[in-house]
Design a protein around this ligand. Sequence first.
Ligand code: AMP
Length: 122
Amino acid sequence: MAYDSENVFAKILRGELPCDKVYETDHALAFKDIQPQAPVHILVIPKGPYVSMDDFSENASDAEISEFFRVVGQVARDAGVVETGYRMLANHGDDGRQEVPHFHVHVFGGCDLGGMVRRVSA
Ligand code: AMP
C-alpha cells in the first residue's frame, strides 16, 4: 500500500492541522487522541511516511524504530500510568480496522481497560 500524504497525521506533521502535543523528538510525535477511549489516550507516530506497523518494521531505520518505542515508554511514564498499568495497541489493515494510514501506536490508561479483545466468531 502506497503512503497517502493527505492522511490526517501527515497533515498534523506538516502543521496543516493542530494537535494536542504531549512529546516530540526528531523521529516521533505524541499527541492526545481527538476522541479518547480512556482517561489517558495518546497516539505516538513516527515522523517518517510509514503506512502501518508492517511498513514501519520493514522499512524504518534502527534509529527511527528505537526512538519510536522509547517515546512510547516515555509518554506512558509522563502520563503516570506505569504503576497503574496501560495498554499499547496498533491497528493494521482492514481486519485491524486501521482508520488512519500512517503508523501509530495508541497508549491507553487511567482506568481498568477490560479484556484484551472482544471475542469474534471465525
Ligand atoms: P486507528 O483506528 O488505529 O487508525 O485510529 C485512528 C485514531 O486517530 C482514532 O482513535 C481517532 O480518534 C484518531 N484521530 C483521528 N483524527 C485525529 C486528529 N486530528 N487528532 C488526534 N487524533 C485523531
